[in-house]
Design a protein around this ligand. Structure first.
Ligand SMILES: [Zn+2]
Length: 158
């Protein structure tokens, strides 16, 4: 097992809530208000129906390894991190997410393997969502819950 670098992400306004929620140990996704497609990477439009209205939902944080590669020699902050696993994890809500599989030997990762999110703090108010294998005794309950946001709430006069 290697210790993965935690470089701070470049935070765009559209994805700021995503990165800051990760620092609180929560995985947020955007869901299309029109066709209910759940989207990753967070963006304000729907790549499925071209709808222009999406809302935050909180993901359960579980999924399956869709595809992966073992990176022996990375670049930038990852130059000395290899070998590590770069993977697409298919979340239980639907979208596939580019991430790392951690906390297990790199040669122990398999397509279809069940994984759950872990959050690696960058120390700058954000965290990087990564995934570790799920133990046999950890059974997730999949339910997409709407996330309340300050933007959507009516103003309360006082
Ligand atoms: Zn849509």
């Amino acid at each position: 097992m290697t210790s993965m670098p935690t470089p701070a992400p470049y935070v765009t306004p559209d994805a700021a809530a995503y990165w800051h929620a990760a620092a609180e140990g929560r995985l947020l996704l955007r869901r299309c208000d029109e066709c209910a497609t759940v989207i990753w990477y967070p963006r304000p439009f729907c790549p499925s129906c071209a709808g222009s209205s999406t809302s935050w939902v909180e993901a359960v944080g579980t999924g399956s390894v869709y595809s992966f590669t073992i990176t022996r020699k990375g670049q930038g902050a990852y130059r000395e991190a290899g070998p590590y696993v770069l993977a697409y994890v298919e979340l239980d809500e639907g979208p596939r997410m580019l991430t790392n599989v951690v906390d297990c030997p790199v040669d122990g990762v398999r397509v279809g393997q069940r994984v759950t999110a872990v959050f690696h703090d960058t120390g700058q108010g954000t965290a990087l969502p990564r995934f570790r294998p799920i133990g046999a005794d950890e059974i997730p309950a999949v339910e997409i819950a709407a996330v309340e946001t300050a933007v959507d709430e009516p103003a309360v006069g006082g």
